[in-house]
Design a protein around this ligand. Structure first.
Ligand code: OOG
Ligand code: MG
Length: 262
């Protein structure tokens, strides 16, 4: 069944309103079961145009649902991808405004910043490492616009893979200087350990997740430009947060990144 572009634009407007207004909406596919994964990404593309029309800049991309812990937590067993804009970026050690979000959760991730363009198809882990200027610790604040944080893959991709805010911090390091698989990650909430993992939790190697993103974009006629930031996906389950909570990710060899919620 072909879905008309008008319908894609209408659904993107519904998602945009939920995102900018921080209002939960029913999962898109409940009333619109015809929305398949291709339509979900078409809605995400239309949503991206809404962001850019508001003056946001595209600063990079994200991989999501790339670790077993995340897949089990969300009940979705395939990775997905989203875009990151300048307006989603927050400073390390800063405050995240809860009034702008619905029911945020925090993920510890390894971020890649590209020194060279990356283009698929057939992009490999080694090509990702060669094109990466540096890796750096990141916290992603996800905030599904769907009621009860419940979704299937098409509806969450329409919602830009739950992207809301992200923070990078700690130290930058060239990836060739590290074994990214055995990199230890500790996620703390209010000074206590909330979750732990090694970065291999993400597809065996976080650069492998980035390669799948590059190949996903290639199939859509897009490449990733040098200078882009890429989140490779939460290494553990996401942690729900509320007023006053302080979240910190400590990453082996790469230092800390933290935020507070208010
Ligand atoms: C979808 C986004 C998942 C990650 O790092 O796994 C994600 C969600 O769980 O809401 O960003
Ligand atoms: Mg994430």
């Amino acid at each position: 069944m072909t879905i008309k572009q008008d319908a894609i634009e209408d659904w993107a407007a519904v998602i945009a309103e939920a995102q900018f207004g921080a209002r939960a909406i029913p999962q898109l596919t409940i009333d619109n079961p015809q929305i398949d994964l291709a339509a979900g990404y078409a809605i995400q593309d239309a949503l991206r145009r809404c962001y850019l029309a508001r003056g946001d800049r595209l600063v990079g991309f994200k991989c999501g649902l790339t670790s077993k812990a995340k897949m089990i937590q969300m009940g979705v067993h395939e990775p997905g991808y989203g875009f990151l804009t300048s307006g989603m970026w927050r400073p390390d050690g800063g405050v995240i405004e809860l009034g702008e979000l619905i029911h945020p959760r925090v993920e510890a991730e390894i971020a890649f910043v590209l020194g060279d363009d990356l283009e698929g198809p057939g992009c490999t882990l080694d090509e990702v490492i060669a094109a990466t200027d540096y890796v750096v610790p990141a916290l992603e604040i996800i905030d599904s616009r769907y009621e009860n944080f419940k979704f299937d893959l098409p509806s969450v991709m329409a919602d830009n893979a739950s992207s809301a805010r992200f923070v990078v911090g700690g130290r930058t390091m060239p990836p060739a200087a590290l074994d990214l698989r055995t990199l230890g990650v500790v996620l703390e909430k209010n000074g206590e350990i909330a979750a732990l993992a090694a970065a291999a939790a993400v597809m065996g190697h976080p650069a492998a997740a980035v390669a799948t993103l590059v190949n996903h974009l290639a199939a859509r006629g897009e490449r990733i430009a040098a200078g882009s930031i890429i989140l490779s996906g939460g290494v553990t389950e996401a942690i729900a947060v509320g007023d006053g909570d302080h979240l910190c990710a400590r990453v082996q060899s790469l230092g800390d990144v933290s935020v507070r919620f208010a």
